[in-house]
Each structure stands twice: as C-alpha cells, then as structure tokens.
Design a protein around this ligand. Structure first.
Ligand SMILES: [Zn+2]
Length: 131
C-alpha cells in the first residue's frame, strides 16, 4: 500500500466528523483535552461557530470555565491557522512527500506565504509527524 492510499485517501473520503476522528487517530489532533480551570476532561461537542464544526467544552457546572469552548486545534500543528483542516492536511501531505514549496500552489489553493508558514511549522516539529 502506498502513502497515498494509506494516509491520504481516508481523509479524502471522510466527512468533516470523519476527518476529525482520522486526525485524532494519526495523533495530529488531541483525543482528549483537560479544562484549564478544573483539570477535568472536556467534551468534544458540535459548534457551528467554529470553522471545524466542533470544539472542546467544559461541562463541570462548578468550574469557572463552565461551557467555555476551546478549539480542537489547540496545541496541534494546525493551531493558529484558519485554513480548513482538509487543506492543512493536504499541505502536510505535500510537505511529507517532499513536494517543493514552489509547486504547492498547483495542488492546494493557498498562496505561497501561507504554504511557506505551514512548511516552516512542520519542519520545526518533525517528531510529531514521525510519531
Ligand atoms: Zn472546567
């Protein structure tokens, strides 16, 4: 099985929910998060206000952060970007297959500056990709 079939196709064929689960399986998104207020595990809940459609939320009524929401990208390679997860994954795939930055625009509709920022970020966290 090649990298495309093994890694890229499952993402390509998934709905947004499936993409999030898949990224969690790959270790690229957290499978759980603890609340910074009460340290209890937060729940992953649908949230139409976010571009990812989901966010982490604390549901402990006694917590000062009760019902506060946190991005599913928190502490991940995708944090700080507003690009859709699929597009970020595509950039990550191109980077992993050593597609030159100058050719990325042919595959993903992002400008070179944005692609360059993602490439630079990935180069700084190689252990995350190889895990
Ligand atoms: Zn809490």
């Amino acid at each position: 099985m090649c990298l495309w079939e093994e890694v890229y196709e499952p993402m390509l064929r998934s709905s947004l929910d499936g993409q999030i689960r898949y990224l969690q399986q790959l270790g690229l998104l957290a499978i759980d998060q603890r609340c910074p207020g009460c340290s209890e595990f937060m729940m992953l809940r649908p949230n139409k206000k976010t571009c990812d459609g989901y966010s982490w939320v604390c549901l402990l009524k006694t917590c000062v952060f009760y019902k506060n929401t946190y991005s599913i990208r928190r502490n991940s390679a995708f944090s700080g970007s507003r690009l859709p997860l699929f597009k970020l994954f595509k950039l990550m795939y191109l980077w992993a297959t050593e597609i030159l930055l100058c050719k990325v625009e042919r595959f993903v509709s992002v400008n070179r500056k944005t692609a360059g920022e993602m490439y630079a970020r990935l180069q700084n966290i190689p252990e995350m990709i190889c895990a």
